[in-house]
Design a protein around this ligand. Structure first.
Ligand SMILES: Nc1ncnc2c1ncn2[C@@H]1O[C@H](COP(=O)(O)OP(=O)(O)OP(=O)(O)O)[C@@H](O)[C@H]1O
Length: 673
């Protein structure tokens, strides 16, 4: 690296900074012109709510407010790479596009098509790239660079990548734009229509890939996705807060990040299910029960009191119309077959009744009666009574109430689908729904009426997807509609009672048939020495997945055997605090509660229950009493076969640099070589 070249790059960086400030000033100028209308934009008004004379200002507000936030000068370098092409052109690659006063690009956005070459070019497949430069930086300051002359076949093991991966973690997750690897880039840049399913060992960058894919899609399919929206679904609120900063630093603040519980309102559910009841309510068979609970209300013409002789008699002033039993049964069958929702079905039968009477009127009088006549006909007592008998009016609340409180109705809805014991577990109080009840209500609602297109998303990123139950998958599927999904997870880290055993099944529950499956195995988080320990446990987890191969040869792994567990934990934490970075103490849930009191107020230390450690990472991890993690019942007090061992696998794979195992009891046999 020559000093002259570095100085030139520093100057280019200063120039880029000045140009970005100019872009910001320009946007600010526009913003100020429309400031009155901008106020409306901050009230979350939609297009239809805005007065027509404010429309232009409103549109400008929607454009400039996020743009101003994106152009804010942050403590971050404006570019991280540069490529020289075979034709002599060269480009700096950065977090966002920056142009000069002549509108020429001086920094390309990492999501622009050309940037793909930066990430993917190699000595074997140069993609017209002659040379690649990677910049090292600290905060907003460029500190150096490393070059790869691809024309000469150079492939440099990047110190900058190593430094980035090994840097101490001091807080929430960061973006990885500067060091995206080719296999990750391929997934990030798959077209919007592709449904991706990524199985990946711990620390292989699944979450990072999912978030960067969301940002890439929003940039490249702006028109479609700005309207339809992008959703990120994560396992719990702790995880969401850990990842919540990544998309905003990539310039995307419009993505809604939620747990699946938040989608149904289950995060505020009042009552708790027993383990056995939860199992039934999350089961795929519940979808069939819900279907029958709704559509089972549909009867035949005979149920409506119709006989072959009499038919349905409709009196309209001096006129009388009669519809036969066969005609009515056909109308019901057609409505059942051709309408997607129960509410629409009732309307279809009603329309068929009007149609039948209208045809008779046309034959008798020679002209077709108007809509007023049709409305009157629908209101006649005999039509009302017939419809109420064969296709009664329903809403989600009434069906839920019947399912939870009416034993005879429940028996009919579940016969042949659930056992009697399972069906009995559904009994409850509708006023105090459980999380499982809200899943059922969501399913029932989907039979009642179609979701508005505005209620579904253009793309959904689903992280830790192995933990979703079939019924939770269906909740997400309904919000996806025709949109695509990126599904990320690790079957080996499945710890819920309904964790997926196969991705094919999980994708079916998510309603996606065309799926690209892929597996990531290069681990960026956990050093080889620690992953080797976790990989001893992996074969005992009952899943067929590839183990992680760490690209890291640093890190350490040690063990403290002690008669006094608390003293052992203190010793491990003191040692850990001698080094930089965050310390995570992971223990079985009950023990974690005790350790929280013990370590309360110790800076840089977080105590985490093993059941909540998923997705998180710490520089130094202290795993306390593995035997207890393995033996501990799962959340909710029920014992789930093998789940403790999976919690241990998750705990062992949270460390970025160092792992200390503290134990007073013998280590689980699965940890031994
Ligand atoms: N290309 C990369 N450059 C730098 N850091 C990376 C890269 N890919 C992943 N990382 C880092 O590796 C760590 C693990 O990534 P991530 O959390 O996305 O993995 P994961 O597969 O979701 O893990 P888990 O299954 O344990 O949740 C993170 O700190 C992430 O920033």
């Amino acid at each position: 690296m020559s000093e002259t070249e570095l100085q030139a790059e520093l100057q280019h960086h200063e120039h880029a900074r000045a140009q970005m400030a100019a872009m910001r000033d320009l946007t600010e100028g526009i913003h100020n012109i429309y400031s009155g209308d901008f106020d409306e934009s901050t009230k979350n008004l939609g297009l239809g709510d805005v007065r027509s004379d404010h429309l232009f200002g409103w549109a400008m507000a929607n454009y400039t407010v996020p743009r101003l936030a994106d152009l804010a000068d942050r403590d971050i370098a404006l570019f991280f790479g540069r490529i020289w092409m075979d034709d002599g052109e060269d480009f700096h690659i950065g977090r966002r596009h920056i142009r000069d006063e002549h509108n020429d690009p001086i920094v390309l956005d990492w999501r622009a098509p050309l940037s793909e070459q930066y990430y993917r070019a190699s000595a074997h497949d140069r993609r017209d790239v002659a040379k690649r430069r990677r910049f090292g930086f600290q905060g907003a300051r460029i500190t150096g660079f490393e070059d790869e002359n691809l024309l000469l076949g150079e492939e440099v093991a990047s110190d900058i990548l190593t430094e980035e991966i090994e840097r101490p973690r001091t807080g929430p997750m960061r973006d990885i734009v500067a060091t995206i690897q080719p296999e990750q880039d391929e997934l990030i840049r798959r077209e919007a229509a592709v449904n991706l399913c990524v199985q990946g060992a711990p620390g292989t960058g699944k979450t990072a890939v999912g978030l960067h894919r969301a940002a890439w899609l929003l940039y490249n399919y702006t028109e479609k996705l700005d309207k339809a929206g992008v959703l990120v679904v994560g396992p719990n609120e702790g995880f969401l807060s850990y990842i919540s900063g990544v998309l905003p630093t990539l310039g995307e603040s419009s993505v809604w990040q939620v747990t699946v519980q938040q989608l149904t309102g289950a995060h505020t559910a009042l009552a708790a299910d027993t383990h056995a009841a939860a199992l039934v309510k999350h089961d795929a068979r519940m979808a069939l029960v819900c279907e029958r609970a709704v559509w089972g209300h549909v009867g035949t013409a005979v149920d409506g009191g119709i006989t072959p002789d009499e038919g349905l008699l409709i009196t309209d002033g001096g006129w009388r119309w009669r519809l036969g039993l066969r005609y009515l049964d056909e109308a019901i069958t057609n409505a059942r077959k051709h309408t997607r929702t129960y509410t629409a079905g009732r309307k279809a039968v009603e329309d068929a009744i009007v149609q039948g009477a209208r045809r008779q009127a046309e034959i008798r009088s020679g002209h077709s009666p108007d809509n007023k006549w049709a409305t009157k006909l629908k209101r006649t007592e005999s039509v009302r009574a017939f419809l109420d008998a064969v296709w009664p009016k329903l809403n989600t609340k009434t069906v839920m109430k019947k399912l939870l409180t009416d034993a005879a109705f429940r028996a009919d809805a579940t016969r042949g689908i659930l056992t009697e014991e399972e069906a009995a577990l559904l009994a409850g109080k509708p006023a105090k729904p459980t999380a499982g009840d809200l899943l059922i209500a969501d399913e029932i609602e989907s039979h009642m009426k179609l979701r508005e297109p505005s209620e579904s998303f253009g793309h959904i990123v689903i992280d830790e997807a192995q933990d979703l139950s079939p019924m939770q998958c269906r909740v997400i599927a309904r919000r996806s509609g025709k949109g695509s999904v990126t599904v990320l997870g690790d079957l080996a880290q499945g710890t819920t009672p309904w964790a997926a055993a196969s991705w094919t099944d999980q994708m079916r529950h998510l309603g996606k048939e065309q799926v690209e499956h892929t597996e990531l195995t290069t681990g960026f988080r956990v050093p080889a020495v620690i992953i080797a320990l976790a990989n001893r446990v992996l074969p005992h987890l009952g899943v067929d997945v590839a183990p992680a191969r760490s690209i890291r040869s640093d890190g350490s792994c040690d063990r403290i055997e002690t008669a006094d567990l608390q003293a052992g934990v203190r010793e491990a934490v003191t040692k850990a605090l001698a080094e930089e970075g965050l310390v995570g103490v992971i223990a079985a849930d009950d023990l974690a509660a005790e350790l929280k009191t013990l370590l309360d107020g110790t800076g840089r230390v977080e105590v985490v229950a093993a059941s909540l450690a998923k997705g998180l990472e710490y520089d130094h991890v202290v795993v306390v009493e593995p035997a207890e993690i393995v033996a501990a019942p799962a959340t909710g007090g029920a014992t789930i076969d093998g789940v403790g061992l999976r919690h241990l696998y998750v705990a062992l794979t949270r460390a970025v640099s160092r792992l200390t195992v503290v134990h007073s009891r013998p280590l689980p046999a699965e940890m031994e070589e």
